[in-house]
Design a protein around this ligand. Structure first.
Ligand code: ADP
Ligand code: ZN
Length: 222
């Protein structure tokens, strides 16, 4: 199964991707995580792309495509994968289409006000990348990751001016993708109108829809 999670910045792509990963037992590919890790490690790639991440601009298509290609070639992707944050431009989608057939797109619909509230309350584990929210998804101990004990930090691009820029980039460069995919790939729409809605609710909804589409064969519960 090959699945794309699509939505504006802060719509919950990463949170849903990591939960669906354990439901479906397939790999997740988050281009944002790959890039943040490269920046953290100070690799050649990291040095080249830091400025895009810090300012909320898109990393150039060739660089993104190369990173995704390398990732998809790894053995854990054989059974399928969840794409989180990719594709983000029509160019990226066209390249992906040549290599991979996408089964379904999960489209997250979240009002902007909720997103801003969420992003400004978001905390990420510096060690393992787990995502928390000071309102809806609190860690057990303040400032500490439940999963690995690492410190929770705020992402550099989760500040109001960069959040605004990311929205603009999304509207201009990423939203047109929806037209591109229309009538090519089935969609599952997930609406979140309540900031305190637990992610489990959305996951349940997504799993139901995947079953309807007959796409849960790799699921552990089968
Ligand atoms: P969000 O969707 O919340 O903005 P991500 O973690 O998906 O955050 O992405 C963070 C940053 O990484 C983006 O602002 C962009 O600079 C870069 N990035 C991630 N995925 C892509 C992509 N597919 N194409 C171009 N840039 C990307
Ligand atoms: Zn952690």
């Amino acid at each position: 199964m090959k699945l794309v999670i699509f939505g504006p910045p802060g719509s919950g792509k990463g949170t849903y991707a990591s939960r669906l990963k354990s439901e479906l037992n397939i790999a997740t590919i988050s281009t944002g995580d790959i890039f943040r890790e490269a920046v953290k490690q100070g690799t050649e790639l990291g040095k080249r792309i830091k400025k895009y991440l810090d300012t909320g601009q898109l990393v150039p298509d060739e660089t993104v495509i190369k990173a995704v290609r390398n990732r998809i070639a790894k053995p854990d992707c054989e059974k399928g994968f969840i794409l989180d944050g990719f594709p983000r431009t029509v160019e990226q989608a066209k390249t992906l289409e040549k290599a991979v057939k996408i089964d379904v797109i999960i489209k997250l619909l979240v009002p902007k006000q909720i997103i801003i509230e969420r992003l400004s309350n978001r905390r990420t584990c510096k060690s393992c990348g787990a995502i928390y929210n000071l309102r809806a998804l609190k860690p057990e101990k303040e400032g500490i990751c439940d999963k690995c004990g690492g410190p929770l930090i705020q992402r550099k691009d989760d500040t109001i001016p960069v959040i605004k820029e990311r929205f603009q980039v999304f509207e201009k460069q990423t939203r047109p993708l929806m037209e591109y995919y229309e009538s090519k790939v089935p969609f599952i729409n997930v609406t979140c109108n309540d900031i305190d809605m637990p992610p489990e609710e959305a996951i349940e909804q997504i799993m139901k829809e995947l079953k309807k589409l007959n796409l849960t064969r790799t699921s552990r519960s089968d």
